[in-house]
Design a protein. Structure first.
Length: 399
């Protein structure tokens, strides 16, 4: 079976909730259902307009506001924060399968962090647990009294901060809330509902669940893409899972046509054509996506499917940047039509557009300009700005 490139893009966008019109209350069960459908939402601290996790949810639910997410995380506890390929917000219903990650972290982090971190974090593990037990939820500033604070940047942790992060990575404590984006931890039993905490799936059950859930959210994938989705299952485990599932008839090999006309061998469910029939045609509305959007997190997959090469340039020296510090991709229909450098200008209470780079072959006419301005108006309202300002020479030639 071969899937054309337009069909592959449509199914992929449908799986990522970008093929339907952006609508819905964006709170409560609707918001939880959306995050469950996506699998996770990546958390990132950069805030040129709004933080990544909020941008991801807003692009699908314009009525969404950050407080709606806080309620699910901090009151209802139907979401928890941990790691996939990066720090992420994940449905609590998935928590039992993170036990596999906790066990694996226990093994390799001890070895790695003995080399990468300053000495002594293992000696602080019980002290930090005792501190949380006795005093309640705390952050890294609340532990390690008297320990030398390093000046080497974010990764230069004092021993008790390292212990705190290790306890989180291994599931003994959990993020209870955030305060000015700093993680506040408590014992897992105080954060994770007991029914999720008590379940202990076998390793095999979790590998099966993680692979199944990854493929269902990707629509089609190689074994490597399945392994990378949650970043818990190994490449070898994903290959073995694909082989078993093929033999059982639960998945089938497919050929996916890439943007350049080449084909890529992947796996999909046998009913992939039925799934495709259910996938709506993506609306013509222009959306500004977070660089960490789930549909974009696999940069190579994005380039193969959409012919869109994207790299974030935060860590690129300013003189060597092609576009800008934090440039957002723009989606219109089933095409990534360009990128935009937009940021909040507090002094002018506005969103400031520094540059827009259409992709090659994309004409920037009045209709597309109107769609961009409508999206920027929505984004300004979402981020608490009252105006949108276009800087001089904002429309740039493709690079």
């Amino acid at each position: 079976m071969t899937l054309s490139n337009p069909d592959a893009r449509r199914l992929f966008l449908h799986k990522h909730a970008l093929a339907e019109a952006p609508q819905g209350p964006g709170k409560g069960d609707d918001l939880l259902d959306l995050i469950t459908r996506l699998g996770f939402v990546q958390v990132d601290s950069v805030r040129t307009v709004e933080r990544a996790h909020h941008m991801i949810l807003f692009s699908r639910r314009p009525a969404y506001r950050p407080g709606h997410l806080d309620r699910l995380l901090e009151q209802d506890r139907t979401l928890f924060e941990h790691w996939t390929h990066d720090a992420s917000i994940i449905p609590t219903a998935f928590f039992p399968h993170w036990q596999l990650r906790f066990r694996r972290n226990e093994e390799h982090l001890r070895k790695r962090w003995r080399v990468w971190r300053r000495d002594g974090f293992e000696d602080k593990l019980q002290d930090v647990l005792d501190h949380i037990t006795d005093h309640g939820a705390c952050g890294s500033m609340d532990v390690g009294d008297g320990e030398k604070r390093g000046s080497g940047g974010w990764w230069d942790w004092h021993p008790s901060k390292t212990a705190l992060e290790f306890l989180w990575q291994t599931g003994q404590i959990a993020v209870s809330r955030r305060a000015q984006f700093r993680k506040i931890f408590d014992l897992s039993a105080q954060v994770i509902p007991q029914d999720a905490l008590a379940q202990m799936p076998t390793e095999g059950d979790s590998v099966d669940w993680l692979c199944d859930a990854a493929l269902d959210r990707l629509g089609f994938a190689t074994s490597g893409e399945i392994a990378a989705f949650w970043a818990t299952v190994s490449a070898a485990e994903a290959r073995a899972w694909c082989q078993r599932q093929c033999e059982a008839g639960a998945i089938t090999p497919v050929e996916i046509t890439m943007a350049d006309g080449s084909r890529r061998s992947s796996f999909a469910r046998p009913d992939i054509l039925d799934q495709l029939a259910e996938a709506p045609k993506p609306p013509g509305r222009l959306r500004i996506l977070s660089p960490f959007d789930p549909a974009l997190r696999d940069r190579k997959r994005t380039e193969r499917l959409f012919g869109f090469h994207y790299r974030i340039e935060i860590f690129t020296p300013a003189a060597k940047r092609q576009y800008g510090y934090y440039v957002f991709p723009m989606l219109e229909g089933d095409r990534l039509v360009g990128r935009i450098d937009v940021s909040a200008d507090k002094s002018r209470d506005a969103l400031k557009v520094t540059g827009v780079w259409p992709e090659r072959g994309i004409k920037w006419g009045a209709g597309r300009q109107t769609r961009l301005e409508a999206e920027l108006t929505r984004l300004a309202r979402f981020s608490g700005r009252s105006d949108v300002i276009f800087e001089t020479d904002w429309l740039r030639a493709p690079i």
